[in-house]
Design a protein around this ligand. Structure first.
Ligand code: GLU
Length: 366
């Protein structure tokens, strides 16, 4: 079995500016995915296009900006989009399956894990999970922001080997190639340089939501989660296969060493809301950050907030610098009593065998 590939296709690669699905483009993406699947790759598709495919049916001349108008357009467009994918995959004897996700689904650890199991089962059975944000129910403040980010988070969930951010630009440039003809293209970046992100134009296209800034930010997240990333374009049945053998027309990003992050750590880092803060001394910070050890009560200097066993807390140095997040094995009241105490004293006071306040497997540095 080959690896797992997450492919993200944007609205502008699927629809026309006047708000119609572009069947020819959609079919050509499907053909290229089928080509990969026939070689044994598992594909998870993150697709935009619901709003862009739906607005014209509701009488809008161009993609609306208001929330209710976008949500209504998505309700129309999502079914058109899905129908088109189902038909196109069926033509090649593949089953397509729809998953509509909101950020609130990711914030709940049970739902987060259910999403992962559903995707896993679909992929195991040879179906293609087709994911989009549930635009019609998402509240603006609680959206993923754009599907670039959603696809990066999905690549973590499925422990993808590669995230392919497929777009109409052939890679990442040091300046906007449309305004600066001498802009230089990056063929490979081991990581996303902050300087490049800072210099990026954050504007978006008329049809899609994410510009290059959002693609690079998504690439950064996907790399942290252990995936490699391709940002670029291509044509024909072999366009995705070309990406995997290094012949893609775009930019490759990442270390290309497989080192994926566990689901628990992904949840802690990206989706959980910390319930409090634990302040620790430099010795404990060193043990966590450099020696990859667990956090013990002896290193705690102060505790803030009200939390239960199993909840997530921020961990800060005494100077307030955040160094990470983790799942606590004690309540805030317990830690108030136990802070600064050594392990023998802790066991005596609580008769609990778990000495670690945060076990290293449930800890993520930031
Ligand atoms: N979920 C939106 C849609 O399907 C697109 C979000 C994006 O373009 O990033 O229209």
């Amino acid at each position: 079995m080959q690896g797992t590939i997450v492919i993200k296709i944007g609205s502008s690669s699927l629809t026309t500016v006047t708000g119609q699905l572009d069947a020819q483009q959609l079919n050509s993406h499907v053909e290229a995915m089928v080509f990969l699947m026939k070689q044994g790759y598992r594909i998870v598709l993150v697709t935009s296009g619901a709003v862009a495919a739906g607005f014209s049916s509701l009488g809008f001349k161009r993609k609306p900006k208001g929330i209710a108008q976008k949500q209504a357009s998505a309700a129309v467009g999502q079914s058109l989009l899905m129908q088109a994918y189902m038909d196109a995959f069926k033509h090649h004897d593949y089953i397509a399956a729809q998953l509509l996700i909101t950020r609130a689904d990711f914030a709940d650890q049970q739902r987060f894990s259910n999403i992962s199991q559903t995707i896993g089962e679909l992929v195991k059975r040879g179906a293609i999970p087709i994911i989009n944000e549930n635009d019609s129910t998402s509240i603006e403040e609680l959206t993923f922001g754009d599907n670039d980010r959603l696809s990066a988070l999905v690549s973590g969930i499925v422990h993808a080997d590669m995230l392919c951010l497929f777009t109409d630009v052939n890679g990442v440039y040091d300046q906007n190639p449309f305004s600066y003809p001498n802009a230089k293209k990056y063929h490979y970046l081991s990581e996303v340089p902050e300087t490049l992100l800072d210099a990026m134009d954050q504007t978006t296209s008329d049809v899609g939501t994410g510009g290059m800034f959002s693609k690079l930010s998504a690439a950064k997240t996907a790399i942290e989660l252990g995936a490699n990333v391709f940002i670029g374009t291509g044509e024909g049945e072999e366009k995705f296969a070309d990406v995997l053998v290094g012949k893609g027309d775009g930019t490759y990003l990442g270390s290309f060493a497989k080192n994926t992050m566990s689901m628990t750590k992904q949840y802690i880092l990206y989706h959980s809301s910390p319930r409090g803060t634990i302040f620790i001394d430099d010795g404990a910070a060193n043990a966590l950050l450099k020696q990859h050890r667990s956090l013990l009560p002896a290193g705690i200097v102060d505790v803030n907030g009200s939390f239960n066993i199993g909840e997530i807390v921020d961990v800060r140095r005494e100077n307030n610098e955040v160094i990470g997040k983790g799942k606590v094995n004690f309540t805030n009241e317990e830690l108030d009593l136990l802070k600064g105490k050594n392990s023998a004293e802790v066991i005596k006071a609580t008769s609990r065998s778990k000495k670690a306040v945060i076990h290293r497997n449930f800890w993520v540095a930031m």
